[in-house]
Design a protein around this ligand. Structure first.
Ligand SMILES: *Cc1c(COP(=O)(O)O)cnc(C)c1O
Length: 377
């Protein structure tokens, strides 16, 4: 029989599994326990909420995009009292808004927040928010799936108790593998929650009891080798070039896309108004009035299927264009191809665009990330 790279893999040893967890802990610069979940990121996202929240919980759920809405649904399903803090999707939430919510509802003991939203293109100031959450004493749950690899994610420094990541965005890895860092406070909250999943695939407490507390010598079930090896390769690749270099590449791609889109014309605009609130992982654009975003994207991809373009999800499909410049697409080439294809689609609609000007602006933006706001230069 011929060999196949995906088939006939040896079982993963416990030491190997533990070493991959340690690699993820290094990536997060954390001394907290890291639990790798063998599923898409929704697995730890849901598992952590169901473990930490229950009928006695009052949760401040920050909604800056569709994932926040999902978290609110899970929290309510757990029996928690949920206070939704919803901000317009073209902005970020501020630490001041979080403090106001604590002042109005001192009983809040859980905060759920998405760091960066690939679906809306915004990123939230987690360091400042973390200070407010720590001062109030609430448990802090963070979805860092779209930020890990694209910008700093520092659960220990920021006081995050449950920090969930996935490999499929800026880490450039596969969907199907994810992880969560868990603070001592979060473990205590789970242990005190009679409704926390136990003896369940969703259960984080199972991993603590059967894996962590036993000194990581016996795995509860056979690990998914393919996903685990891919996660290991992802972490090794990031460590080989340096996490800072990977995040810098994402920041450059975001700055270049924003500058290029502004220079392109045709009525295309950044969806997130303030460049400082725009996520490095992906850039969202507002389609010109009179155009339908999903139609423009379809037209652009018909010209060139390569660029990482997508229309917004659900209700945003009419107005939002996403440039998913993450992982292998956090390159100047992907940004340039995206702008060129969008320019062609806009021109096809009779709109006036300047593709060469957009590419020049993108090149300048790439070299000076953070200056994306001043693309009118
Ligand atoms: C991508 C993403 C996830 C993972 O969900 P998928 O849509 O399955 O990739 C979770 N949270 C956020 C904020 C994300 O951007």
């Amino acid at each position: 029989m011929s060999t196949h790279p995906f088939l006939g893999l040896a079982p993963l040893s416990t030491a190997h599994f533990a070493s991959i967890e340690d690699g993820v802990a290094r990536l997060l610069n954390t001394t907290q326990d890291v639990v790798i979940m063998q599923g898409e990121a929704l697995l730890p996202l849901e598992g952590a909420i169901r473990a930490a929240a229950g009928p006695g919980t009052t949760a401040l759920n920050v909604v800056t995009g569709p994932y926040g809405q999902t978290f609110g649904d899970w929290l309510r399903d757990c029996g928690a009292t949920v206070i939704d803090l919803t901000v317009p999707f073209h902005t970020a939430v501020t630490a001041g808004q979080i403090r106001e919510a604590f002042a109005a509802h001192p009983e809040i003991d859980f905060v759920s927040l998405v760091h960066a939203e690939a679906a809306t293109g915004n990123t939230n100031p987690v360091a400042e928010i973390g200070e407010a959450v720590r001062a109030h004493g609430a448990l802090f749950y963070l979805d860092a799936v779209a930020s890990i690899g694209a910008e700093p994610v520092l659960p220990d420094a920021w006081g995050v108790d449950l920090c969930v990541i996935g490999a499929q965005k800026a880490m450039g890895g596969p969907a199907g593998v994810s992880a969560v860092s868990v603070s001592g406070r979060a473990w205590a909250r789970m242990a005190a929650n009679p409704r926390a999943p136990r003896h369940s695939y969703l259960s984080l407490l199972d991993w603590k009891q059967r894996w962590i507390d036993g000194g990581r010598t016996a795995l509860p079930h056979a690990p998914a080798q393919l996903e685990m090896l891919a996660l290991e390769a992802c972490v090794e690749r990031i460590e080989a070039v340096g996490l800072d270099a990977v995040t810098a590449r994402h920041a450059a791609a975001a700055a270049a896309t924003r500058a290029g889109a502004l220079a392109l014309g045709g009525g295309l605009e950044p969806y997130v108004h303030d460049a400082a609130q725009a996520a490095p992982v992906a850039t969202t654009l507002r389609a010109p009035s009179g155009s339908v975003a999903s139609g423009l994207v379809a037209r652009a991809l018909a010209v060139d299927p390569a660029p990482p373009l997508a229309a917004g999800g659900g209700a945003l499909a009419g107005e939002m264009i996403r440039v998913n410049h993450y992982g292998p697409d956090a390159t100047r080439g992907a940004v340039r191809a995206s702008l060129t294809a969008l320019g062609t689609a806009l021109a096809d609609q009779g709109l006036t665009v300047d593709v060469p000007g957009a590419l020049r602006a993108a090149d300048r933006g790439w070299h000076r990330p953070g200056s994306g706001q001043s693309a009118g230069e």
